[in-house]
Ligand binder design. Structure first.
Ligand SMILES: [Zn+2]
Length: 291
């Protein structure tokens, strides 16, 4: 879970690592049963709805991962506010609402991230007045918060159906990126930095153990831990990944197969550098034949 208070504008990274893998993420904005009252990715109303996609890619590029987003809606009043029991039912594929709707189907080789108004990570407990909808920000112009949960997948240790939930209040769309990228990390088996040296898989490739100082930036610090966001650093530097975290995420992502089609949510793609070399080779060949 990540709970953040950020009053920053994030900078785009300029370092381009070779992209080796694609990860599909379906963003589902949950609306009421009549198709109204949608959860918002951009509560500020600035209209920059999907700018976070670029920054999530800037963050995951350091792992050689390109994130391909699709966006859709799901009409289910009950799912707009999830108690912890209901959230767990989402993770267990058993969620059904009073209106009888089951969960929307998973896409092929895809993670699903449901944007709801409240879930247990926002303080919502099923009672009116709990959570964020019942406790709006005192001044949405100058403060913001978001929270998320993603089912942890560690190959051989924890299974997952590839689903997560998030709620967002007050952030402009491009400031969501750090939390979305963090939740993707959980889906690919990354624990919080402060939790890495324990648990069933500790010390394995899938679940590495390490120690880093609280002043060192990392994507996977839990709520309230790690250094503050530094405007002098790129978004990828603020949300850094270690080599052993990258190795774990790649291993787990290749193994996480919620649609059971034999292919994990990560798919290897050709490296741009090898395509480029092939192109130069062809040009050289043409020049030689002209002579
Ligand atoms: Zn977390």
């Amino acid at each position: 879970m990540k709970y953040s208070l950020l009053l920053t504008s994030m900078l785009c990274g300029s370092v381009h690592a070779a992209i080796q893998y694609n990860l599909n993420v379906e963003i589902i904005q949950v609306r009421d049963d009549a198709g109204g009252n949608p959860t918002l990715l951009d509560p500020s109303g600035s209209g920059d709805g999907y700018l976070y996609q670029t920054q999530v890619n800037d963050i995951w590029e350091q792992a050689g991962v390109q994130v391909t987003f699709t966006n859709t809606t799901w009409d289910n009043t009950e799912a707009q506010r999830l108690t912890s029991a209901e959230r767990n039912a989402v993770y267990a594929n058993t969620f059904t609402s009073g209106s009888g709707d089951a969960l929307p189907g998973l896409g092929v080789d895809t993670l699903q991230l449901f944007f709801v108004m409240d879930h247990s990570g926002t303080g919502y407990n099923g009672s009116a007045g709990s959570g964020w909808v019942g406790n709006p920000l005192p001044n949405p112009m100058f403060s913001a918060r978001n929270a998320g949960n993603f089912q942890l997948f560690i190959d051989g240790t924890f299974s997952s159906n590839g689903r997560g939930v998030m709620a967002n209040e007050g952030f402009t769309a491009d400031s969501l990126s750090g939390t979305i990228a963090h939740e993707i990390g959980h889906a690919l088996g990354l624990r919080h930095v402060e939790d890495v040296n324990g648990g069933a898989g500790a010390g394995t490739t899938q679940d590495p153990s390490y120690n880093i100082g609280t002043g060192t930036a990392n994507l996977m610090w839990g709520a309230g831990n790690g250094p503050a966001y530094d405007n002098g650093q790129t978004v990828a530097q603020n949300f850094n990944l270690r080599a052993d975290q990258i190795a774990a995420a790649i291993h787990n992502g290749l193994a996480l197969d919620p649609d059971n089609n034999g292919t994990g949510v990560l798919q290897a793609i050709p490296e741009p550098s090898s395509t480029l070399l092939l192109g130069f080779g062809s040009i050289a060949l043409l020049m030689r034949r002209k002579k």
